[in-house]
Design a protein. Structure first.
Length: 147
């Protein structure tokens, strides 16, 4: 199950990606928003992040205007590695190097013609073992580090 979410700025792109996921036979859960009416991105970012963190969804896709707010919000949830990607190479590296479980897109700032391939690559690419897994483990430890 793939979790999808956006604010108003990402709504149209979310709808396009939802159609694409259905075409590719992925099951998806849409956490909103459901129009271009102004909403607050942390609300939708946290819904998707929590669904992924709880294991209810295997991966997530979040979209806002720049992708920045959604990234910041989603990464506050323990167990989430949300990666703001801007081309196919970063979508692939986010999985291989960072074991990212959410891809974040900026609807107002990125090239929309790249989105289909970025999402496809993100969903099919496996995380790499070895030094990459060790570094991801270090990130996980940071979640419980006292400051
Ligand atoms: C909404 O105007 C905009 O601030 C939001 O979509 C996002 O870009 C925040 O990071």
């Amino acid at each position: 199950m793939i979790a999808l979410g956006s604010d108003h700025a990402g709504y149209c792109l979310k709808e396009r990606i939802k159609d694409l996921l259905k075409l590719w036979k992925y099951e998806c859960q849409d956490y909103g928003t459901d129009s271009e009416e102004s909403v607050d991105y942390p609300q939708f970012g946290s819904l998707v992040a929590e669904a992924v963190a709880k294991g209810e969804c295997e991966k997530g896709i979040l979209i806002c205007g720049t992708g920045i707010g959604m990234s910041i919000a989603a990464n506050k949830i323990s167990g989430i590695r949300a990666a703001l990607c801007y081309n196919v190479e970063t979508a692939k590296a986010a999985r291989e190097h960072n074991d990212a479980n959410i891809i974040v897109l900026g609807a107002r700032t990125m090239e929309h013609s790249l989105v289909d391939e970025m999402v496809r690559v993100f969903l099919i690419t496996e995380a790499l073992e070895g030094r990459h897994a060790r570094r991801v483990g270090m990130i996980t430890k940071l979640e419980t580090q006292k400051v």
